[in-house]
Design a protein around this ligand. Structure first.
Ligand SMILES: [Fe+2]
Length: 261
């Protein structure tokens, strides 16, 4: 059974299926019925980090890169983190392809982008970022974002809509091949302690959450059905093609494979 549906008891993780207790090294330390423990009863211990209100696991023995920074030191930010019950029928990398898909950003998300940001994408070993300036065609609200992909399953965005600053992280977990589970982290500058600024923080977090939910809603039905066909890329898909090439060479790891039978 997936240990995510188990329980934490002291410094052990208890499996829901037979209540085997796993210690910090991933070894079974005890069975609930006192059946003897064997050396095969263990799971892989992933490197983890607690940050932005979530627990992050790296799919490998050692992390190859850090989490994205959000533009301010963590202690200067107020966070809202949630698992918004958005499981989709697409691998995380398929969703991440939206971020360099400028045709999609225009048509589906109704964003009129200034200039050609695909010319100024900052590609690095474990992702990319670029400046997105423009406006929502429907409301005219102006957008000044830095957006990017970290690894192959973390979307990040920081900047402002109509001058209101917030950061948004959208990591996608892969609990089964061909599916993704959504996680949301929204941040804005912490309150200075005055009631007006407390109000600004809450309003900004609520505004950003509603905005991001509405953007993701525009993608749901599409993501549940799309398949890529490489030969169909068009002139506006240069950056998307480069991202697909990046995905092909992205380091692959399944360190838990030997522990799953
Ligand atoms: Fe999208």
């Amino acid at each position: 059974a997936d240990l995510s549906i188990g329980k934490v008891a002291g410094d052990r993780l208890v499996c829901a299926f037979h209540h085997w207790e796993f210690d910090m090294a991933g070894k079974c330390a005890r069975t609930a019925t006192n059946d003897p423990v064997t050396s095969a009863m263990r799971v892989f211990r992933y490197p983890v980090q607690e940050r932005y209100g979530l627990i992050w696991a790296f799919n490998g023995e050692e992390p190859l890169y850090d989490l994205p920074d959000l533009g301010f030191p963590d202690e200067e930010l107020a966070f809202h983190s949630e698992i918004p019950h958005l499981d989709l029928l697409a691998d995380p990398w398929v969703f991440m392809c939206n971020t360099t898909d400028f045709n999609h950003i225009n048509i589906v998300h109704g964003i009129e982008v200034d200039g050609d940001p695909s010319q100024d994408i900052d590609w690095h070993d474990h992702g990319y970022s670029y400046d997105l300036r423009g406006r929502f065609k429907e409301t005219g609200a102006t957008i000044e974002y830095k957006v990017g992909i970290h690894g192959n399953n973390i979307f990040y965005q920081m900047g402002s809509v109509n001058g209101r600053w917030f950061a948004f992280l959208y990591p996608c977990g892969i609990h089964r091949p061909g599916t993704l589970r959504s996680y949301f982290v929204i941040a804005t500058q912490k309150s200075d302690g005055t009631p007006e600024d407390d109000k600004r923080v809450q309003e900004t977090l609520d505004f950003a959450q509603a905005l991001e939910i509405s953007v993701v809603d525009q993608d749901v039905e599409i993501l549940n059905t799309i398949r890529f066909t490489r030969g169909m890329f068009t002139r506006g898909d240069k950056a998307l093609g480069r991202f697909v090439d990046y995905l092909k060479t992205f380091p692959r790891a399944h360190p838990g494979a030997d522990y799953i039978r």
